[in-house]
Design a protein. Sequence first.
Length: 247
Amino acid sequence: MFNPLSLLLYVLIIIFLSAAVKVVREYERGVVFRLGRLIGAKGPGLFLLIPVFDKMIKVDLRIITLDVPAQEVITKDNVPLRVNAVVYFRIVNPNDAIIKVENYMQATSQIAQTTLRSVLGQMELDDLLSHREKVNRELAKIIDEMTDPWGIKVTVVEVKDVELPEGMKRAMAKQAEAERERRAKIIAAEGEFQASEKLGKAAEVIEKSPITIQLRYLQTLSEIAAEKNSTTVFPIPIEILKAFTNK
């Protein structure tokens, strides 16, 4: 015969077990409070809680990716920028992450934003653009030190985008173009200088051995004939050149 009391007992046992038996994954920890007092972090695996008296908060121990919203920054040389970044961190002490800060995600985001503005505001634009790795290391060091009491370990900070004003972009483009023109002129000048040196040495050789100008004359005739594929007649006898080479 159906016994309502037994059914009620079964229901109570199921409710008790569902409230008492907890399972956390390998990458999680359960921070347990008993009547408001910290018991400690449990897991991974299966463990029991005392219903009504115990409360558990799960904490993820995997690396967390936190996007830092774009910040308005004025560099040391008075250039306004919009800069955003990304922070990679993980929880190394679940107890501190829960009891020492109300919301560790929001707190870390705020620290990252203020640190980004502070550090970049002390740098000049050229240093920011040319020493990005150094800036990333400095940001990671400062944010890690400030979040360490919360049981957080900051592993990497990356400045993603540096948005320049349009006027500054045009000025930098003009500067880059002027630099390219300067290098081209220097290369051309070096080429002219080397060519003049070679011509000077060739003149010295001709002066010491006049016969070389006759050989050059014959070589020129051969090159012209080969290129035009025709007969080229010079009305000047080669003996006339001797008058110039014998001086």
